[in-house]
Design a binder for this molecule. Structure first.
Ligand code: CAA
Length: 254
């Protein structure tokens, strides 16, 4: 049985909905592999310019599926199928927007940390409760959360396991906007629609460049920014021509 729904609600935009409502969208191995597969499809399809990822009104995702955790042996996050799925999600090169309602916990919050823009419904609750089951974030949370929020806020969340609400998440920079619950997906789709009108090649390069800020020393990423060959693309010529001719651009992604 499928654990996600994939739709194309607007030109250039794919909507992926996590669909295990009875398990609060816990990230089973099957679900992670389906999300990674849907993103691979979105990457391969030139018509897709942006992807929105969401859950339901009760939960974006309650995290790794605790019921799949083995009692012994290798930890679940070290299992090859899961690792491959997480890597695919991490490497998705097009913009990925999260529309978050309800719980976004543990691995669910780590999934959000791989998104590029986060819109939170007013009932969103973000947290890393792993310590309460004698674990700790195993899919990037211990590294990406402090880079995003700073040491003290990350420590507060990861060491206490307490949740923060949508307003705090926005204040701390974990969400860019807070909307009424029934509007978070629409707002994310609206942003996706705006991104979809921009040059796909420029958007893709811009995403890669911004992510470098978290990975490389400033000197290195600045020099890579300067080396980018975007100025030699057809899209760049089209963008300049459209501006001068006062008409909308027709970007081809070349
Ligand atoms: N894994 C598996 N099943 C889960 C789950 C999870 N992470 N979270 C919820 N469920 C299941 C519950 O077991 C329950 O199933 P049954 O109806 O069969 O009993 C169903 O979803 C509904 O859950 P609740 O009745 O608890 O619903 P609630 O709305 O009262 O509470 C909740 C929701 C706060 C999310 C609570 O379920 C909860 O605390 N879940 C666990 C959250 C958690 O610890 N996440 C971190 C997991 S570890 C991780 O992500 C990363 C890692 O690297 C180790």
């Amino acid at each position: 049985m499928k654990t996600i729904k994939v739709a194309r609600p607007a030109d250039g935009v794919t909507l992926i909905t996590l669909d295990r409502p009875k398990a609060r969208n816990a990230l089973s191995k099957a679900l992670l592999i389906e999300v990674a597969g849907a993103l691979d499809d979105a990457e391969a399809d030139d018509a897709v310019r942006c992807v929105v990822l969401t859950g339901d009104e009760r939960a974006f995702s309650a995290g790794a599926d605790i019921k799949e955790m083995p009692e012994g042996g290798i930890p679940m996050w070290a299992e090859a199928g899961r690792l491959k799925a997480w890597k695919s999600i991490e490497r998705f090169p097009k913009p990925l927007i999260a529309a978050v309602n309800g719980y976004a916990l543990g691995g669910g919050c780590e999934l959000i940390l791989l998104c590029d823009i986060v819109i939170a419904g007013e009932n969103a609750r973000f947290g890393f409760p792993e310590v309460k089951i004698a674990a700790f974030p195993g899919d990037g949370g211990t590294q990406r959360l402090p880079r995003l929020l700073g040491k003290f806020r990350a420590m507060m969340m990861i060491l206490t396991g307490d949740f923060i609400d949508a307003a705090t998440a926005q204040d701390w920079g974990l969400a860019v906007e807070v909307t009424p619950v029934d509007q978070s997906v629409d707002r994310a789709l609206e942003i996706a629609g705006t991104i979809a009108q921009n040059s796909p090649i420029a958007v893709r390069m811009a995403k890669a460049e911004v992510l470098m800020a978290f990975e490389k020393p400033l000197d290195e990423s600045l020099s890579m920014e300067r080396q980018m060959l975007l100025w030699q693309t057809e899209d760049h010529d089209e963008g300049i021509a459209a501006f001068i001719e006062k008409r909308p651009p027709r970007f081809k992604g070349r």
